[in-house]
Design a protein around this ligand. Structure first.
Ligand SMILES: NC(=O)C1=CN([C@@H]2O[C@H](COP(=O)(O)OP(=O)(O)OC[C@H]3O[C@@H](n4cnc5c(N)ncnc54)[C@H](O)[C@@H]3O)[C@@H](O)[C@H]2O)C=CC1
Ligand SMILES: O=C(O)[C@@H]1CCC=N1
Length: 264
């Protein structure tokens, strides 16, 4: 079995490692982890049985799991063989930027993984240089990507937008859920009951949107009788700048992704 090395083994790398092991794509001993924080390596070894590597060593696939602000450029300059494939999960940093720092011609695939890896839901975006497309179809690479959630192969020009909308996406839902639960508590439900009701409505409404073939406006109409409860509460939501606030929030995520890519 081939090896995979994670350089920068933080939250996102951990979520991918968990998916790789769960889906039997790699055995723990074939997963090498590198990080500047030693306690992080100890934790990952203890939790998943992966192999800590305090030095950067060769592996069939090297995942760049550091942040855009970290020294990714110094890291990739250390790669001296073209027998590896780089998969970068760094938000905002382009394939061209990484290739410009390389001293050897190595294929680079860029992905923006969704943290919903444990659930099988959530789209991760993947982009690759035209010249590297044959490499992207290699078995080990395909297996790596298939292990976490659903994939959307997109042009690299869309990847930053995808990051702010799709990959930051669970944030919007978590925050909406938290606010909704607080609303239930505000009007007098216990937090436990408010949570159960909110999660059920989130699941159910998502199902309706997927299966009913109806436009959300049609579904809203069914829920809003003339001068009734629903339309009164929606009226207040409209007054709160809810839709524009959410849209500004997504746009800020996209803008920040682009900014982060320009940090080095
Ligand atoms: N968390 C998320 O939802 C997502 C994160 N990403 C991307 O994944 C990358 C990592 O994000 P997180 O895991 O959330 O951050 P994190 O801060 O949890 O992990 C980064 C890790 O890199 C290590 N590190 C920093 N400099 C290093 C170096 N020179 N050599 C080795 N290790 C080094 C840090 O000690 C840390 O453990 C970022 O580029 C982010 O844009 C992409 C999609 C989603
Ligand atoms: O905030 C972050 O760094 C990550 C990258 C994309 C979504 N969340």
């Amino acid at each position: 079995m081939s090896n995979i090395l994670f350089i920068g083994s933080g939250h996102m790398s951990e979520a991918i490692i968990r998916a790789l092991i769960k889906n039997k794509v790699y055995k723990p001993q074939n997963i090498l982890v590198n990080d500047i924080v030693k306690s992080r390596l100890d934790y990952l070894q203890l939790t998943y049985g992966v192999t800590p590597s305090e030095k950067i060593v060769n592996a069939d696939i090297i995942v760049l799991g550091v942040r855009p602000q970290d020294a990714w450029s110094d890291i990739v300059q250390q790669f001296k063989t073209n027998k590896i494939i780089i998969i970068s999960i760094i938000a905002g940093v382009t394939i061209a930027q990484i290739k410009a720092s390389l001293t050897v011609d190595i294929p680079v695939i860029r992905t923006i993984p969704n943290t919903l890896t444990d659930t099988g839901f959530g789209y991760s975006g993947i982009a690759t240089d035209v010249n590297d497309q044959a490499v992207a179809r290699q078995r080990s690479v395909t297996q790596f990507f298939n292990s976490f959630g659903k994939l959307e192969y997109i042009d690299e020009s869309l990847l930053d937008i995808f990051t702010g909308y799709a990959v930051a996406g669970p944030n919007y839902i978590y925050y909406f859920y938290e606010s909704l639960v607080d609303a239930g508590v505000l009007v007098g439900l216990s937090r436990d009951m408010a949570k159960r009701i909110a999660i059920e409505n989130l699941h159910g409404a998502a199902c309706m949107l997927q299966t009913s073939q109806k436009h959300p406006r049609q579904l809203l109409d069914i829920n809003n009788s003339p001068a009734g409860v629903g339309i009164h509460s929606l009226y207040e939501l409209n007054n709160s700048d809810f839709a524009a606030g959410l849209q500004r929030s997504v746009r800020a995520g996209v803008i920040r992704t682009v900014e982060l890519g320009k940090k080095q």
